[in-house]
Design a protein around this ligand. Structure first.
Ligand SMILES: NC(=O)c1ccc[n+]([C@@H]2O[C@H](COP(=O)([O-])OP(=O)(O)OC[C@H]3O[C@@H](n4cnc5c(N)ncnc54)[C@H](OP(=O)(O)O)[C@@H]3O)[C@@H](O)[C@H]2O)c1
Length: 251
């Protein structure tokens, strides 16, 4: 049985990916801060398939020691695929008005959290000489947009880290990939606008964004490719979107 480890599995892409893998017989390890969300996800998966194997743990990926001890208490010895998905955008202010605490949280989660999870988990892959790390980047990591400043920078960092990790880990038998989604409807915009649902809804006005299931399907496909194939870099866009700032909207 194969095992996948997913960070940020309590919502959005992470939760949809956990369902995708569990439905196909993978063992799933799921991390996020909100344990109640992870518990309902596990309940839901087990109701659909009582034989599914889902391990959940409350982890803040910004805390390197917490990440390491969560990894140390895992029930599965090895992991085949790590999906570095935990992340968020906070605020959309012009840079001179940005909130320092928002910047810190984005940098600590999207960059350092990805590194901490990788630092804890990759050594077990290296020891086995096999594994696959899939980083969740973003279209925002290819091109900036007004007010996207620090969020974009964190996803540019994910792009750079993916390349660097691939250079380091390919010789050790580990695949490293990135999926970079465009606009997708999850809790992402609710979180970004600090719960202002009107602002969050306006992001998707008149267009059909990606769903969490669309993204999970592609992550699952990347993880299931034959051993000699690496979908190294996948830019996944809603059909209505052509760039960070150009979207076809039908009113
Ligand atoms: N939606 C989009 O348009 C879009 C587009 C491109 C890329 N992305 C990226 O996709 C990834 C998933 O986002 P999403 O759209 O699925 O949003 P979401 O529904 O808000 O999910 C974000 C997940 O990240 C987790 N998370 C946030 N901070 C964390 C922390 N400190 N420690 C552990 N987990 C943490 C959240 O769990 P807890 O709050 O329970 O910790 C949640 O499970 C992010 O990296 C995001 O940047 C999103």
């Amino acid at each position: 049985m194969k095992t996948v480890w997913i960070t940020g599995a309590s919502s959005g892409f992470g939760a949809a990916s956990a369902r995708w893998f569990a439905q196909r017989g993978w063992q799933v390890g799921a991390w996020a801060r909100r344990l109640d969300r992870l518990e309902s996800l596990r309940r839901e998966i087990l109701e659909a398939n009582p034989k599914a194997s889902v391990w959940i743990d409350a982890v803040d990926v910004r805390d390197a020691a917490a990440v390491q001890s969560a990894w140390d208490r895992r029930p599965f010895e090895a992991v085949d695929v790590l999906v570095n998905n935990a992340g968020l955008a906070l605020g959309k202010e012009s840079v001179e008005e940005g909130l320092l605490e928002d910047w810190d949280e984005m940098i600590d989660t999207n960059i350092k959290g990805l590194l901490y999870a990788t630092r804890a988990i990759a050594p077990t892959m290296v020891a086995r000489g096999s594994g696959h790390i899939i980083n969740v980047g973003s279209l925002a990591g290819r091109e900036a947009y007004p007010g996207g400043n620090v969020y974009s920078a964190t996803k540019f960092a994910v792009d750079g880290l993916t390349e660097g990790m691939r250079l380091d880990l390919t010789p050790k038998g580990i695949k490293v990939s990135q999926i970079a989604p465009g606009m997708a409807k999850t809790a992402f915009s609710d979180v970004r606008f600090h719960g202002d649902l009107q602002k969050a809804e306006a992001v998707y006005r008149g267009m059909q964004p990606l769903s969490p299931e669309d993204v999970a399907e592609v992550i699952g496909y990347m993880a299931s490719a034959p051993a000699h194939v690496n979908l190294a870099d996948v830019l996944l866009m809603p059909a209505a979107q052509t760039s960070s700032t150009v979207v076809r909207r039908q009113e």
